[in-house]
Design a protein around this ligand. Structure first.
Ligand SMILES: Cc1ncc(COP(=O)(O)O)c(C=O)c1O
Length: 445
């Protein structure tokens, strides 16, 4: 990259998302290229990717087959309108995706991001009840500490106060059940925590307060990711499913992070053997190469909504780029790689080694909890009084300076490397993180 373009990247012209823009410009971290498990910075340093970019590059970087499929497709068909028009690749992509999903989910609605997938799923849930003749079912129930993207629906059911604070009144008919984090009973749990299936019963409290006949859907991340990695307690998702069934409430799994091999199965629904009525996905769907998301829809939902006169539009919703040819091509190429290289289940193969390596970080200073599941790890650090997130950010910047990309969410360090990671690279990642925590603790106490 030449000087002029580095200068451009440092200008205020790009308002960066979820970033302290002024601080970033003063000390930027710029990536120039990527291949396999590594990024390279604009100043030529190699950085081990411990975060799969942002939970999305599950197949590792620089996949030529994806790039080639996108190039070929764009050369042939750059764009096709998806409203009252279509193109064969989108139908092929939908078929292929359905082949990966738990039985019962038999159609997909294409979008361009996880946030759009969430808002689409919430709208489908309400529209389903309207189609079923129960228009009073509009309440959407989320969970504390949940992250469901940044659109208005997603932040309304989301449970992270910082993502809601500045934006005034949100969707009124939303409520939240309690989160599943219980460090007193489940501290340093290996895999799914033992305690906490009963947290699902908090949904009964909301049902008692609001009335099941007014609730459209419950949305949860099967494993909460962006809030700091909270694997579901044993039996929790099963109980949530049972309560939803007993009260006729739709269950939505937000699998934007947990899908596509992250937990050692195609989806968390498969790993935990709990099938939702609607499922959101994005990120690993195209290996991050082209923006794309999708909502998988239960056959019963589709059938209820597609039974009017055939000329009626069933859902007044969609995006200019729903099922974009480039995204469909990237997705098909990505799925081929997941299957050819056994990457849907590789996290399961590595899980034992991963677990030992991640839990060894317990010895590092200021570590107050360690969590793991699939190829996800979290190291929670003691917050500095009055400066929440400062320790996490400090460890993140030190790790990056030492050649590691990790993700800090508050004072929790989240690890989610590409699924192609080798055992030595796992050891390098966790050892490097330990060094960064030690350095940071020396500086910050
Ligand atoms: C569970 C979950 N849902 C939704 C989103 C939003 O996805 P996007 O950033 O693609 O809009 C994310 C992003 O991290 C996520 O983790």
């Amino acid at each position: 990259m030449d000087e002029a373009s580095v200068e451009g990247a440092l200008s205020p012209a790009w308002w960066m998302p979820f970033t302290a823009n002024r601080r970033f410009r003063a000390a930027p971290r710029l990536l120039a290229r990527a291949e396999g498990m590594y990024y390279e910075t604009t100043d030529g340093r190699r950085v081990l990717d411990g975060a799969a970019g942002l939970w999305c590059v599950n197949l590792g970087h620089g996949r030529a087959a994806i790039a080639e499929a996108v190039r070929e497709t764009l050369t042939n068909l750059d764009y096709a309108p998806p409203f009252q028009m279509g193109h064969p690749l989108a139908f092929a992509a939908a078929e292929r995706l359905i082949g990966l999903l738990p039985a019962g989910l038999d159609s997909v609605f294409f979008v361009n991001s996880g946030s759009e997938a969430v808002d689409t799923a919430l709208k489908i849930a309400r529209a389903y009840w309207a189609a079923r003749g129960e228009p009073a079912r509009v309440w959407l129930i989320g969970r504390d500490r949940a992250y469901h993207g940044v659109n208005f629906g997603g932040i309304s059911v989301g449970g992270l106060p910082t993502t809601r604070a500045a934006f005034g009144p949100l969707l009124a008919e939303t409520d939240h059940i309690r989160h599943t984090h219980d460090p007193a009973r489940n501290g340093f749990a290996r895999g799914q925590p033992t305690h906490g299936a009963e947290f699902a019963d908090d949904l009964l409290r909301v049902i008692a307060e609001r009335g099941a006949e007014r609730i459209a859907a419950v949305i949860v991340e099967p494993m909460a990711g962006s809030t700091g990695v909270l694997p579901p307690p044993v039996g929790y998702l099963e109980r949530l499913r049972a309560i939803c069934d007993a009260h006729g409430i739709l269950l939505i799994f937000d699998e934007v992070i947990t899908g596509f091999g992250r937990l050692g199965a195609r989806f968390a629904a498969e790993r935990f053997d709990v099938t939702p009525d609607l499922m959101t996905m994005a990120k690993g769907l195209t290996n991050g190469a082209v923006p794309m998301g999708a909502v998988a829809i239960g056959a019963h939902v589709r059938e209820a909504m597609q039974q009017g006169p055939p000329e009626a539009i069933e859902l007044f919703h969609g995006y200019t780029y729903s099922g974009h040819p480039a995204a469909c091509a990237a997705m098909l190429a990505a799925i081929q790689i997941y299957e050819d290289e056994g990457l849907f289940t590789r996290a399961r193969v590595l899980e034992g080694h991963w677990r030992e390596a991640v839990h060894a970080l317990r010895q590092a200073p200021n570590v107050i909890d360690v969590r793991d599941i699939g190829l996800v790890g979290a190291v929670e650090l003691a917050p500095i009084e009055g400066r929440p997130g400062a320790r996490g950010y400090d460890v993140f910047t030190r790790a990056f300076a030492n050649g590691l990309l990790i993700r800090a969410t508050g004072d929790t360090i989240a690890l989610s490397p590409p699924l192609i990671i080798g055992r030595e690279q796992i050891d390098a990642l966790t050892a490097g993180l330990a060094d960064a925590i030690v350095e940071s603790s020396k500086a910050l106490g």
